[in-house]
Design a protein around this ligand. Sequence first.
Ligand SMILES: *Cc1c(COP(=O)(O)O)cnc(C)c1O
Length: 377
Amino acid sequence: MDTTNQHSDEINAAIYVTRPFLPPLAELLPYLEQIWSNRQLTNGGPFHVQFEQALCDYLGVEHISLFANGTLALITALQALRITGEVITTPYSFVATAHALLWNGIKPVFVDIHPDTLNLDPDKIEAAITPQTTAILPVHVYGRPCDTDRIQAIADTYGLKVIYDAAHAFAVEDEGGSILRHGDLSILSFHATKVFTTFEGGAIVSPDAKTKKRIDYLKNFGFADEVTVVAPGINGKMNEFQAAVGLAQLRHIDQALAERAAIDRRYREMLADIPGIRCLSPPPSRRHNHAYFVILVEPEYPLSRDELYLKLRENGIYARRYFYPLISEFPMYRGMPSARPAGLPIAIDTAREVICLPIFPGMTDEIRLKVIDIIRF
Ligand SMILES: *Cc1c(COP(=O)(O)O)cnc(C)c1O
């Protein structure tokens, strides 16, 4: 085989910001054979049970409810805690964060982010609290931990619930352990684009068994047993195929995270001396997942952010502008008082400067060097 050609093919193919991380097919087949023979496809089958336990062990949490996707997990988490009225959240996230509020008839109240963490700024939360506020919905953006202590202190003072959108924060830990132990509930996403995927998938992390039990009713139409329905639940169940992918995958996640960490390190070294390109500081977390590699294109860089984004595309590098536009700029949100740009200056500046560069297990040095060359001129 001509390896030179193979290399040039690889470098000329379109490169996306991520590439789904999958277990070796041969390792998945025994699971599929078992599904095909026992015919249990969903409704809490054996792989679902095993995967919940395996995830609890891996992540270092006690109670997990698996879901068909992260958005249903978020919608159900809000239902489980009977959140109503207004919820304080960030405009700098994937649109599902705020959509989950609208699907529950809850009004999102957008609060600006902190320029260093790009997470909800605790200093700005209190001013947004009204008699209708019942909860805070922060996001650990890019897997970088929110200021969980300050957010909890505010929640305690005002009697609010806290639900973390931890869709980016798989396997992230702070000094005390899993980042998922904070707040009243945390939700995960296992979408194809995330660090750990089951094709589609998600989960809610609960602090105790009774909360998990209620969530498990809610995700299965509210059924407590064959003849008892205790809530107007939804169908949010993860199926056996998804659980099997997750189980096979879990064996390889440490290796995948180590590869991401190495790519992150090398990007940082090579971008350090390019004027106008700022990397986010390495996160303070004890364990990070390097889910995204983020640069901010500042005014001294010779191209605008969008010019650099287009230049990368013209060279086959499909970087992404996460998160642009802001959630607060979409039509269903932009008329709300809290969506006014004057109240969200940091989020607006960040959305104007951000680019996420490709980072995924198996990403070659050639790809990284090509990305750097384009940025460097
Ligand atoms: C991916 C994502 C979601 C939604 O998860 P799905 O599994 O795609 O439904 C929610 N919030 C954030 C911040 C996300 O990135």
